[in-house]
Each structure stands twice: as C-alpha cells, then as structure tokens.
Design a binder for this molecule. Structure first.
Ligand SMILES: *Cc1c(COP(=O)(O)O)cnc(C)c1O
Length: 715
C-alpha cells in the first residue's frame, strides 16, 4: 500500500554545511565522483560508518554527518586540499562541451542520442538495476560522458527496485524489498517554469497515467527517470514503477508502455530532438510506435509511410540469446492495455497493430513479441558479442524469409566495461604512474597498454594485488561476521568468521545470477575432487560466491541452498563463502581482488558477459567457457579456457565434459602456475599472464571502445 501523503524529505540538514565544505555538495549531486580518483574516499573519510550505513549515498552522508565531524573536516587543511583538487577536476570536466563529429554524422546536445533502458546500474546508491543489463547501461552513460558524446538516458525510477537477498539458516533464499526515497538521493525532480512538477501523461488501460520525472547526473550525461508514484494517480497506477521485474505480465507491459511512450513525450517536453533513439533491449520498443503516432498525427501520413522515417531514427540492441528470454505478451493483453484510442491515432486496425509484434504477421495464434517489433521498427539491430551476433542472426532469420543466414542484417558490438568505475584505486595508481595521469583517455590504444604494463616491475604489480586480496579477505570476514550475527548463529561460528580465508591462498571468484544456463552446480559435479582442491594443505584453493536466483526459480534456489549449506561444513567453511545480496559493491570488491574469475555458462547462452572484463582490467585471470566476450578475448596465453569449444552430445554429456575440463585445468594448470614461486618468492609466470591479460584485454573490452563503436557504426 502506497501512502497517499507526499513523499517527505527524510533527511534534511537544518544547519548548513560549513563554507569550506561547499564543494562536496556540488560533487554529491553528480555521480561523476563515483569514478573519479579520490572521489569516493573524500566522502567516506567524512564518516566511514555512515558511509557504509547509507550505502555510499553522498547526499545522505552529508545530511547525516554530525556538525562536529563536519567542523573537524572543515578545519583540516589536508582534507580540504583533497576536496578542492577533486572539485577542480570536476569543474574542468564539466566545462568541456560535448560534441561528436564522425564522417557525416553530427550528434549535438540539441540532437543527442536518446538511450532507453529498463534498468540503469550507475551506482550502488541508486538501486535501479538487477544485473548485467543495468550495469552495462550505466557504463554506457559514463563512457558517453567521458568521450563527449551527447547522450541522454531514459529509464524508470522504481520505488522498490529489485529484490534484496537474504539466506535463511538452511540456505533457502528469501527476498525482501528496500524502499527508495527519491528525496534522499542525489536526483532532482524536474519542474516547470512556474515551479510545479513537470509531468507527462500516457493513456494506459484507458486511464490517464501521470508520471513525474527525476534527473540523475552522470558526468555530462543526464539520466531521466519516470515515476508514477504521485497522488493524482489511482493506486494501481502508482505501482507501475513499483518494482523492477517484480510484477506480473500486465505490470511488465504497462511499465514498457510508460518507458517507451512516456519517454518520447518527455523528450518532446524538454525540447530535445534526438538524432537517434537507442533501444537497449526490447523493453523500450513501444517508443517506435509513439514516434509513428506523432508522424501520423502531425504530418497526416499513413502509418505505412511513417514506418520508414521511424526506422531511420531508431537502433536496437538485443541481449538475449535464447528465444524464451524475449519479452512476449498475449495479443488480448496488448490490445487491452493500449486501448482503441491509441490504435486509432496510429491509423491501424487491431490486426495490423498486432502483426507488428509477430514473426509471421498473419499468424493470429502468435504472441506479441517486443523483439520482432523492435527489429521491424529499427534500421539497425545488433547483438553484444561476435558470437551473439551470429546466434541472433540464426534466431531471427525467420523475420527475413528466404534470406540466407549470412545476409541477415544483424551485426554486433561487443560489450565493454567502464574502466575508471571498475578499476581498484591501487591499480589506477600504477597506471597513472606508468601510463600517465591521462591513462583513462588512452584506454583504447593497445600500444600504450602494451608498453606501459610491460614497464611495471613484477614485484610492484604483485604487491598491489596482494594488498587487494588482503582487503578482500577483510571484506569477506566483515560481511560474514555481520550476516552470522544477524542470523543468530552460534558464538563459535560467529567467532570463526574472524579467521576465515587466507590472503596467500589462490582465490577464485564466482558471482553471477543463479540461473540454469550459468551452471552453478557444474563445480559441484565431483565433490570429492573439489574438496581435495580446497583442502590441499600446501596449495589450497578458496572460493567466493555471490548471486541472486529469480524469486520464482525453485530449481536455482535449491542449487543455491546446496552451496550455502557448505557454510556449516567444517571441511570447507574457512575456505568457501557465499556473500549475500550480490550488488555493484560486492562486484567491485570481487573483481578488483580475486586471482581467478570462473565462468561456466552453457554455450552459446552467454550473450557477452562483462564481469570477467572487469576482472581483466584489474589483473585477475579469466578461467571460463569459450562463449560471449571470452570467445573473442582469449588468445591462449592471457587466461584459461574451459571445454573444447564444441557442442557435441547431449546436455548431460556436455556438462560432464566441461566439468572434467574444469577440474583438470584447475589441477594441472591454474593451481601449479599460481603456486610456483621463483627464487625471489614471486610467481613470475603467473604475473606474466596477469600482464598479458591486462595488455590484450583492457584496450578492447572497455566501454569507451564500445560506445565509440556504437557512435561510428550504429548511430
Ligand atoms: C558486472 C555485473 C554483472 C554482469 O555479470 P555477468 O555475469 O558477467 O553478466 C551483474 N551484476 C553485477 C552487480 C555486476 O556488477
């Protein structure tokens, strides 16, 4: 039940910030700080306990830090010097006016790219994402900002976001929701000139649904978030932006109407005329219908004539490599939520309207799919890795009857990650030292990386990595201790959290959604063999796990339970851990510190994957099935491959074969290489592989390269 009172300001400071700290306020309102050197630490150093409590939300931190602590900071010249330096860099960053010129394409602030997505993972404190898609969208905005590509993001502000995960004592996953209070977040409510809140309106289920709009600033890129939680809406409509992927089919399509149609209306209200609309996944596909409706209404042309013009403005990125993963709806639901008025404005009959979402336009039994709609209405469709491009061509060839597979017009841009967001401060420091202060603007230059990384002394790189592993062990102990206390575990088990994990031991990270194709249970195939690896006294292996299972996926939940129950097994509990509630912060801790990142998807279902790319930038080694980005990235010497790259046999046979390869490579490859020390005590062969991994992968799998590819080839 959403209360009908206006959202009140929960955390307002009544006393003002001391004048010398004013720059912090400016910084707090733009997520740029989250990827700036020293950005997070100047906030954390104000009050690290509150910082953790408020999940790294700088606005809340400034509101809650005691006046005394603020006064202390305001009289600390070293601290003020740091704040002032970050603020100066910020101001010169913001002063650059974005503009993108490539061949005949000009993208300007008046005609930016409009990037639509159902989720955005900009930062832990803005919980509007569930996983990879959202994080990718967040990284896309950040790189657009860094590159000076004019772009605006359009999404939804979910009041309860995605579920938070807690494991019961018996290991079963429970879901709960934390409420997001917009007035606590560094986001602004958009207002009209007269001071009233700006609102857009969409007719959904034959009711006018109003949405207010929040703006988050991501460097030079604004992210607009639609929000229907306002008293003028009826209760049901206030819930449209209640949960991310939490409702039934009807809620889902209604959210997608708001995002697509509402998003276009918002851009019009703001006077923004995008040069291109980017549909990041099919959730926003309805925006193409709204563009067509505008043309039918204002230019008095039939829908068939409008289609070509719509197509010229729209591009689509698909992220799903399996047919079942694509959004589909019953025809009756689609017509009901749109209602006759919208169809009339499009100038379409119900059948014509429904045929837009079908593979076979005349097949009345077919459900309405957003991917066919998006492909049909966009001039370009791309997958997110070379392999995924191929898979998508095979999946959607049916939309071009008679066309040979090789000519199906679906291309690819491989996903990348935002290096300044994901790199650890220590590695960043090394890059500044050996590449230069401007390392982040040279991200795409392979020769720069090759030369600079080669110059980092082995001992220096290794020392940094060991420090980060020590931090990871401290993080694991801290989180485990808290979770055991909360769960009411026995005193000696609580105590044991303080000594778990060993910074010197080979540490393998495995964090991702708990979904069938990610094959969480592959590693459990041969328990004896696994325990031997974990409990080897001279050369132990430790495992860090994290990930959420879909609330309705009982199968995945029981796999999770199997794994979580290890925590009481004395044979493994000091060397294996499951961290609850995987989010951007846990991801950051893991990808910056592990020795090895394990990924074992069932081929070819990993469209791209990005977590391994984050690991590579930090000097960790990938140990993965050759699928998604790793199929492109692996060169035989920059990490480890699992499986023989073929897909022959039954699912069970392939699983068995991959499991065998996983164990064998661990036993004969990964473990010996890691523990082999040279005369000076350093694992030089391992460090050589770390360096090769950074040199060969960092320049390619970063989101600057990705966004530039989009700007050149797609936009
Ligand atoms: C990077 C990231 C992902 C993406 O993970 P993949 O398994 O590589 O697709 C998901 N969730 C979080 C929190 C991330 O940071």
């Amino acid at each position: 039940m959403i209360e009908t009172t206006e959202i009140e300001q929960r955390v307002a400071r009544t006393d003002a910030l001391p004048a010398p700290l004013k720059p912090l306020e400016r910084l707090a309102w733009n997520y740029w700080w989250s990827w700036a050197a020293d950005g997070a630490s100047i906030f954390r150093d104000l009050d690290s306990e509150i910082w953790e409590e408020c999940e790294h939300n700088p606005r809340e931190l400034l509101a809650k830090t005691s006046a005394y602590r603020l006064a202390e900071a305001a009289t600390d010249p070293v601290y003020l010097e740091r704040v002032s330096r970050v603020d100066q860099i910020f101001q010169s960053y913001m002063a650059l006016s974005p503009h993108w010129q490539h061949q005949d394409k000009t993208i300007t602030p008046e005609h930016p790219v409009a990037y639509f997505c159902a989720e955005f993972g900009v930062h832990t404190s803005l919980p509007l994402y569930s996983g990879g898609l959202g994080i990718l969208a967040g990284d896309h905005l950040k790189s657009a900002s860094d590159l000076g590509l004019p772009l605006v993001g359009i999404g939804l502000l979910y009041r309860y976001g995605y579920f938070r995960q807690r494991l019961r004592n018996d290991g079963w996953q429970e879901e709960h929701y934390g409420e997001t209070y917009p007035n606590d977040l560094p986001i602004h409510l958009l207002k009209n000139a007269d001071g009233s809140p700006l609102r857009i309106e969409v007719l959904i289920r034959e009711r006018n649904v109003l949405a207010q709009v929040w703006r988050a600033d991501v460097g030079r890129v604004p992210l607009y978030l639609l929000d229907t939680n306002i008293p003028e809406n009826v209760e049901t409509d206030r819930w449209v932006t209640g949960h991310l992927y939490g409702g039934d089919r009807e809620t889902r399509i209604v959210q997608e109407m708001l995002l697509g149609i509402g998003g276009v209306r918002l851009l019009r209200k703001l006077g923004i005329a995008p040069s291109v609309f980017h549909l990041n996944e099919g959730h926003s596909a309805f925006l193409t219908l709204e563009l067509a409706r505008e043309m039918v209404q204002t230019e008095q042309q039939p829908f068939s004539g409008a289609i070509d013009k719509v197509r010229q403005q729209c591009v689509f990125t698909t992220h799903t490599p399996v047919a079942a993963g694509n959004d589909e709806f019953d025809a009756s639901l689609v017509t009901r939520v749109f209602g006759p008025a919208y169809l009339k404005e499009l100038g379409l009959t119900e059948e014509e309207f429904l045929s837009l979402g079908r593979v076979e336009p005349d097949n009345k039994t077919e459900r309405y799919g957003l991917t066919p709609l998006a492909i049909r209405m966009c001039r370009s469709t791309n997958g997110v890795s070379q392999k995924h491009g191929e898979v998508s061509r095979a999946l959607w060839q049916k939309l071009w009857p008679g066309k040979p597979l090789a000519e199906v017009p679906i291309t690819y841009v491989t996903n990348g990650v935002h290096a300044p967001t994901w790199i650890s401060p220590l590695l960043r420091y090394l890059l500044e030292k050996y590449v230069g202060q401007d390392w982040d603007t040279k991200l795409r230059d392979e020769s720069v990386w090759a030369e600079a990384v080669a110059r980092i002394p082995d001992a220096e790189l290794w020392a940094a990595h060991v420090r980060l592993k020590e931090r990871l062990v401290a993080f694991i102990r801290h989180r485990s201790l808290q979770s055991r206390i909360t769960a009411g575990d026995s005193p000696d088990y609580i105590e044991a959290a303080k000594t778990m994990f060993d910074p010197a031991a080979l540490t393998i990270g495995f964090a991702r959604r708990v979904a069938g194709y990610k094959r969480w249970n592959l590693i459990l195939t041969d328990r004896e063999r696994l325990l031997k690896l974990i409990n080897n006294e001279e050369r132990p292996v430790q495992f860090v796990f994290a990930g959420k299972a879909h609330p309705q996926d009982e199968g995945s939940k029981s796999v999770l339970q199997q794994l979580a129950q290890w925590k009481y097994d004395p044979a493994v509990r000091q060397r294996a851990v499951f961290l609850e509630d995987y989010d951007q912060e846990i991801a950051r801790q893991l990808v910056q510190s592990v020795d090895v990142w394990l990924n074992v998807p069932r081929r070819p279902q990993e469209a791209s994957g990005t977590s391994g790319e984050k690991v590579a930038i930090n000097g960790g080694l990938n140990f993965s099935i050759l699928d998604g980005w790793w199929l492109e990235g692996y060169d035989g010497a920059n990490g480890f491959a699992i499986g023989n790259g073929t897909n022959d046999g039954t699912v069970a046979e392939i699983d068995a074969c991959d499991a065998e390869s996983l164990y064998r490579t661990l036993e004969a490859g990964v473990v010996p290489l890691f523990y082999h020390r040279d005369g000076d005590g350093l694992p030089h062969n391992w460090i050589a592989m770390m360096k090769r991994s950074i040199q060969s992968l960092a320049p390619k799998y970063n989101s600057d390269r990705m966004v530039e590819d989009y700007a050149r080839k797609i936009y």
